[in-house]
Design a protein around this ligand. Structure first.
Ligand code: ING
Length: 290
């Protein structure tokens, strides 16, 4: 998905999401993966008060008036979707959240981002901020897997994909597919990182994680330049073999698709990564204890 500018309304964005949903349906897709924080610009790049952020960029209801058309169309077309958005709970708690919606337009799963990158202070000399630690709580439940749309589907969000624990917790729940959205700035504000490394780390992470956990991975970027702030593209679908089977080539609204054979993960689960036979959790305590 291409950029969302500060001036773009949720209505503008939902019209774009509807277009992509219809194109995916036309290509016989069962599930569409939209990006993280898909309804607005990536606002954690800006310093503002919690109150202002919540008033401008958070959803107090899902579906809400602006997103209801997406649920209605999905139900009419008989197609499910993953959507990332900023959630403000009825109790006033803010999360970077995602939902899994089935072919009846019902929300079957909810996830709240666990690995929040960046900082919570105002970095005055930085070209932009990355304030997820300021605007969001850490997710309140672990990575989940849901039986829907004919598969066991796990969800995560953006930075979560960089942490091996994310994938293993879902694989230990027998996930067959992991879906995620992301917003990844091209520029690293902490050290002079060559731009090509952003894409390399994004892809190598997904390829290794899909292979090591015997899952299909589908990652959807919000990318391109948002009010002059560029984010990498590279939306991709990776097979359990670790091979990239589809990758976006633009930084605009673009649908990539694969007819995923879920049994492709079986041989890896039966042999190389037969967790029951080969894993030795008695030696892994440091991962949880530290
Ligand atoms: N964005 C980035 C991501 O994990 C980041 C932040 C980029 C962290 C590169 C480390 C390296 O893709 C979000 N929203 O998590």
């Amino acid at each position: 998905m291409g950029p969302v500018q500060l001036a773009d309304t949720r209505r503008d964005v939902v019209l774009r999401l509807l277009e992509m949903l219809r194109e995916a349906h036309g290509r016989k897709a069962d599930l569409v993966v939209f990006p993280e924080l898909a309804l607005t610009t990536f606002f954690p790049r800006y310093w503002m008060s919690q109150e202002e952020a919540q008033a401008r960029y958070f959803e107090t209801g899902m579906p809400g008036p602006d997103t209801q058309p997406l649920f209605d169309e999905a139900c009419k077309l008989g197609i499910g979707f993953y959507l990332g958005y900023a959630e403000l709970t009825p109790g006033g708690q803010p999360y970077n959240a995602s939902i899994l919606v089935d072919k009846t337009g019902g929300i079957v799963g909810k996830y709240r981002k666990i690995h929040l990158p960046g900082h919570d202070d105002h970095k005055l000399d930085a070209p932009f901020q990355h304030l997820e630690k300021k605007y969001f709580n850490v997710g309140d439940k672990t990575f989940g897997v849901w039986d829907t749309l004919g598969a066991r589907i796990g969800m995560c969000l953006c930075n979560d994909r960089r942490w091996p624990e994310t994938w293993r917790v879902m694989a230990l729940q027998s996930a067959e597919v992991v879906v995620l959205g992301y917003n990844t700035p091209s520029l690293n504000i902490h050290w002079p990182e060559p731009v090509h490394l952003r894409m390399h780390h994004h892809l190598v992470t997904l390829q290794a994680s899909a292979y090591q956990n015997c899952v299909w991975a589908a990652a959807a970027a919000k990318c391109g330049s948002e009010n002059g702030h560029h984010m990498i593209g590279g939306s991709v679908i990776v097979a359990p073999t670790g091979e990239i089977v589809a990758q976006a080539s633009t930084e605009g609204d673009e649908v990539i698709m694969v007819n995923a054979d879920l049994s492709l993960g079986d041989t890896f689960r039966k042999h190389v990564f037969d967790f029951a036979r080969h894993r030795r959790p008695e030696h892994y305590a440091l991962i949880v204890d530290r």
